[in-house]
Design a protein around this ligand. Structure first.
Ligand code: SF4
Length: 389
């Protein structure tokens, strides 16, 4: 049973984005009004939501094919009993795979690579994605990071080695426009900052946000002085809807560059046709495919979403063979605690990897080549034995 079309607004671009947030689906009872749920499913959902809350915008829910339990849009948004498994067949898990906590400088600043500062501006998102690697953080109430943004800007101003800032979260675009203005204005006059990135999944799950003229005008004006990039996060071609494309166009017409960081996920985009359609669809609406992340070993995520690297490399290589130059510009990436590692491909049963960013105290690791033995089940760097070529 798919929710009937008349349940939802006919034109999402005219919906008041702030008011619409109150219609998000956060309880099992609400979800049951849109999707058929068995009594067992309802009991599981109650348990899961305690560990990681549910938050689904009606817009995103309207994209679900209610008849298909294996629907990728449903997998990305609706909790399943798989989330009760903290660690499973794919191996050990952690709640902090990227080592964020070690690089926390206070005031919401994570300073892992010398040239990049990441500021966690909010822990709220319009949707709580089931595969989120910051699962331990999102959904927790915390206004302090917003109040601390001025202090974060002072830290950045005092560190001339920082060339760029990632304003992240949670989803910074879910903050009110005046808060976004105040935050970006605090970065505007820092001379050593070449550009600012605003990481967001709102174009995908909450495109209504970008029909706010005041926001778009501000971004346009700010971008004239300090270049703005928007890394976004489309995972499946069905997320590329006309209204999402319109939202992206509004950002592009304001002069911003939009890049995509997808996550490679079992049951969502782990097949060649889906990846080809996703990357081609992104380029068609003016988004540059930038990263395709290997799913991290996150508790309650890894077991059901991670694809072994041996299998994954083959799927991605087969997709690349069908993609033109712009559509295959993305890098297949392990966002590891030691730094970002590109998965270049395989030579026989060995994975060829190249580290592209290193921690500040290990600069010698940047640009090194790593060779690892592929195994049938290994899904993360630490699972694969070191070998020589
Ligand atoms: S929008 Fe991003 S930070 Fe928020 S839940 Fe989804 S993946 Fe996590």
């Amino acid at each position: 049973m798919k929710p009937p079309a008349e349940t939802f607004p006919a034109d999402w671009s005219t919906v008041d984005w702030k008011a619409e947030l109150k219609n998000n689906i956060t309880s099992v009872e609400q979800l049951g009004q849109y999707l058929p749920l068995s009594e067992d499913e309802k009991a599981d959902l109650d348990k899961i939501i305690e560990a990681h809350p549910m938050n689904i915008p009606r817009y995103y829910l309207s994209l679900i094919d209610g008849d298909a339990t294996e629907d990728p849009i449903r997998k990305l948004s609706v909790p399943t009993a798989d989330e009760l498994i903290v660690a499973g067949a794919m191996g050990e898990t952690t709640s902090d795979p990227y080592g964020d906590d070690k690089h926390d400088k206070g005031n919401g600043i994570l300073h892992k690579y010398s040239y990049t500062a990441l500021v966690v501006a909010t822990e709220y998102c319009s949707m709580y994605c089931r595969h989120c690697f910051r699962k331990r953080m999102v959904g927790l109430p915390n206004d302090q990071t917003v109040q601390n943004f001025q202090a974060a800007a002072k830290y950045i101003a005092a560190h001339p080695e920082i060339t760029n800032v990632v304003v992240s979260g949670g989803d910074p675009f879910l903050l009110p426009t005046d808060v976004i203005k105040a935050m970006l204005n605090a970065l505007r006059d820092i001379p050593h900052l070449n550009y600012v990135r605003i990481g967001t999944r709102a174009p995908v799950v909450y495109p209504m946000r970008f029909f706010d003229d005041e926001l778009i005008e501000f971004l346009k004006e700010f971008n004239r002085e300090k270049t703005l990039f928007v890394p976004t996060h489309f995972n499946h071609p069905r997320e590329i809807t006309p209204v999402a494309a319109q939202a992206v166009l509004r950002l592009r017409e304001a002069g911003l560059t939009v890049n995509n960081q997808a996550v490679f996920l079992r049951g969502v985009n782990d097949d060649v046709d889906t990846l080809v359609e996703l990357m081609n669809g992104l380029v068609r609406i003016g988004i540059s495919p930038y990263y395709l992340y290997q799913c991290m070993p996150v508790a309650r995520v890894r077991h059901h979403f991670q694809v072994p690297l041996k299998e994954g490399i083959d799927i991605i290589d087969a997709a690349r063979q069908r993609l033109d130059g712009y559509a295959k510009r993305f890098k297949f990436i392990l966002g590891h605690d030691i730094g970002k590692i590109e998965i270049c491909g395989r030579a026989g049963d060995k994975a060829i990897l190249k580290q592209i960013h290193a921690r500040q105290d290990h600069p010698e690791e940047a640009s090194r080549i790593l060779v690892r033995q592929l195994t049938e089940t290994g899904g993360w760097l630490d699972d694969l034995p070191e070998v020589e070529l």
